[in-house]
Design a protein around this ligand. Sequence first.
Ligand SMILES: [Zn+2]
Length: 364
Amino acid sequence: MSDERPWVEVRGIYGWSLPEVEGGTPLAELGVNAIFMSAEVVNREIADHLHAQGLRVFAEFNTLHEAQYVEEHPGAAPVGRDGEPCPPPDGWQGVCPTHPEYRRWKMARFERTLTEAGVDGMWLDYLHSHAAWEQAEPNMPDTCFCPRCLARFQRETGVELPAGDVLTQAASLLGEPRDQWVRWRCGVFADWVREFREITDRVRPGALLGSFHNPWSDEDWDGARIEMLNIDLKAQAQYLDVFSIMPYHARFGHAQDPEWISRQTSWLGRCLGVTGDPGERHRIWPIVQLSDWGETVPVEQVHVVLDHGTRRPSTGVTVFAWHSLRKQAEKVAALGQFYHAIAPVEQAGNRRRARPLTRCPKPT
Ligand SMILES: [Zn+2]
């Protein structure tokens, strides 16, 4: 039986900066064919350097997680149901999604990375409400009840809120018109994606637009992905090429259940109508956890995690996260073995030759 998975187009790693990405074994020798790195770091020189090694370069773009901006522009702080700026849940600072100057600033930065760095695609990150969900127990307060959001909501939906202070209006919103409120907020976030698509098509047609997004199904956590995080994947699908679901099994309370990765990916495929067949408009490329964040990922689990991350409808996988993983030689070796084993031989590039998975450590 062949270990090849010809449907897997991307064998990626995610890292913050080039020195970290470059450390140790040359990446092509690990079977890696794509690098995801911060838009804050990537530039033309770095992208050219990686392209020369045959690697695709994708920039991770921070959309709505900017503590310093909020500190300097208090009007951009998400407002809680008491009318006061909502403290960052578990230290995670979001931004009001209707702050016009912030949005313009972000769009300009997005365009600058695309035009100057020459990357192969942009991946939206943190595109959700003011909430800490990248942990086993999410912390998701209700926001944003700033005067701007409340006025826009009423103008755009025709819903009239009762006269009174924010406390009264927020309480009213979370009652009867809640569905409209949630739908409107999902639309606000989806409209950010629309503008990112417009910029991409205008300044670098052909570049991919992807999203690193929450891995919950419509039912998980009582529907909180839509209700609280305001991520409507179907609405965003008209603008996105690639969905990089983030099933960090160890970090998110599934340390002993790596099958959770393929279950969530499978759900996403059904939700979006993606099967992993060639030529599809949308692609699903999960980013999976191999580094120790919150929980340890043992070396014996590396192949299992990658196996579940590369099952259809997935057609690509990325590994989180190189900055710490690179210090764990055994795991890096196991990653390299897996990537070599699944790479189509004709696309092997710099790799020496395919090595079968049977030589790898047995999964637990
Ligand atoms: Zn607001």
